[in-house]
Design a protein around this ligand. Structure first.
Ligand code: SF4
Ligand code: SF4
Length: 236
């Protein structure tokens, strides 16, 4: 690639000092108990209208309680814990990216940031990451909306675009391992750490799969159903 400038844009999934995704435990809202959907007492014939209104009101609040937070709020309104839990731990954003000086096009490589652990798919020193990796980008709602290189499967990008999380997201599946099982994470796909590659050789490691959406799962309804076959990124 002629005249390429190296732009190692990296993302930090949340503006906190805690370890990335360490608390990615599912934070699904509690489902309303069957009792809460019923009016407390049977209505007399006199109060038929009141019963109808009451039932309607309870129905709305039950629906709200069952709607997960990422469908209820914009990124800007998320609590710290909600923001944190949105990161699916795929690690795609921790791959080194290159910017073509001539066209401005961003290319992914399968070279990982020096702090990225290919084994755990996590930042090895999240608390100190910005001291150690000066160009690690802090993800904020504004950054999510402006960064062109965020992976199409990134949960922050999906929510910013008004889309839903896929079945393999830990918040949907209830398991932190589904992002790996679905073939969405970079586990097993990192070629080298940036410490092992000469800068001039970076273009040799350009790959397209990190920027492509994983194949859509064959799901019903909300997309929370696990497909039978392993999801693979689209062919390069
Ligand atoms: S690309 Fe993956 S690891 Fe990076 S912020 Fe998005 S969901 Fe988290
Ligand atoms: S320092 Fe590197 S591994 Fe850690 S969050 Fe930033 S890009 Fe990812």
């Amino acid at each position: 690639m002629r005249g390429a400038a190296f732009n190692q844009g990296r993302a930090q999934p949340m503006p906190s000092s805690s370890s990335r995704n360490a608390s990615a435990a599912p934070a699904k809202p509690k489902a309303a108990s069957p009792r809460s959907a019923k009016p407390k007492s049977a209505a007399s014939p006199k109060s038929k209208g009141a019963k109808a209104a009451n039932t309607k009101a309870v129905g709305i609040s039950k629906a709200a309680a069952e709607t997960p937070f990422w469908k209820q709020k914009p990124l800007e309104a998320l609590s710290q814990a909600e923001w944190e839990s949105l990161c699916d731990g795929c690690g795609r954003c921790c791959l080194v990216k290159l910017e073509d000086e001539d066209t401005g096009q961003i290319h992914y490589t399968d070279i990982a940031c020096k702090l990225f652990s290919a084994e755990t798919c996590r930042c090895a020193d999240y608390g100190q990451r910005r001291r150690k990796v000066h160009d690690c980008v802090k993800l904020t709602p504004a950054a999510v909306r402006s960064l062109k290189w965020l992976p199409r499967s990134c949960a922050y990008r999906l929510i910013a675009e008004g889309r839903d999380l896929a079945w393999w997201h830990p918040l949907v599946s209830g398991s932190a391992s589904t992002v790996h099982e679905a073939g969405v994470s970079v586990r097993g796909r990192v070629a080298l750490s940036e410490t092992e590659v000469q800068l001039a050789d970076y273009p040799d490691y350009i790959v397209s799969w990190p920027g492509q959406a994983p194949r859509p799962a064959k799901t019903r309804g909300s997309g929370a159903e696990k497909p039978r076959r392993r999801a693979e990124p689209a062919p390069e």
